[in-house]
Ligand binder design. Structure first.
Ligand code: HEC
Length: 146
């Protein structure tokens, strides 16, 4: 009788542990695919007015080559010539665009990496590139994904 009780107790404890473990991992999955911070209110929810516009993609590619490829690499693999000197290193944007929203991309290009939690060499482009130009670059970046 006593053995049976302690066996039951062990089973209950094991069951609870299992539940706790499963609960933990499903909570993680529910918190979203991206581990990156959400864009602040000023950028939240914006989307590319030039998405899938082939003229914008062409213009964006030229802007990307002139301004971004030195760090992020010609095809967005994070392997531009300047990348070796940087810590944190430039992201492989071809991968970034698979999981990230237009709002995130626009925010990061506009504001750069000077702020927390990034503290990186990523320049802020909002004083250099127009809103249209940033969206052209985003349209081009979308073609690198996959
Ligand atoms: C001087 C090197 C440098 C240049 C030039 C540069 N970047 Fe970056 N960029 C970085 C670094 C380093 C990071 C990674 C750290 C961070 O997220 O701030 C980064 C991060 C990013 C991110 C966030 C990626 C992610 O996965 O979260 C985007 C988007 C981005 N850059 C786009 C651009 C675009 C578009 C241009 C050109 C207009 C550009 N960058 C030019 C260095 C650079």
């Amino acid at each position: 009788m006593k053995n049976r009780l302690s066996f039951l107790l062990v089973m209950v404890v094991l069951g609870l542990l299992l539940l706790a473990a499963c609960g933990g991992s499903s909570q993680e999955a529910a918190s979203g695919a991206s581990s990156r911070p959400e864009p602040p209110a000023a950028y939240a929810g914006i989307s590319n007015p030039k998405a899938n516009d082939s003229a914008a993609v062409t213009a964006g590619e030229a802007l990307y080559r002139a301004n971004c490829a030195s760090c992020h690499g010609d095809t967005g693999k994070g392997d531009g010539p300047a990348a070796v000197a940087l810590d944190p290193s430039p992201q492989p944007l071809a991968t970034t665009v698979i999981s990230e929203s237009d709002a995130y991309l626009y925010w990061r290009i506009a504001e750069g990496g000077a702020m927390a939690p990034f503290s990186s060499a990523m320049p802020a482009w909002k004083a250099i590139l127009s809103e249209d130009q940033i969206w052209q670059i985003v349209a081009f970046l979308r073609t690198l994904g996959g």
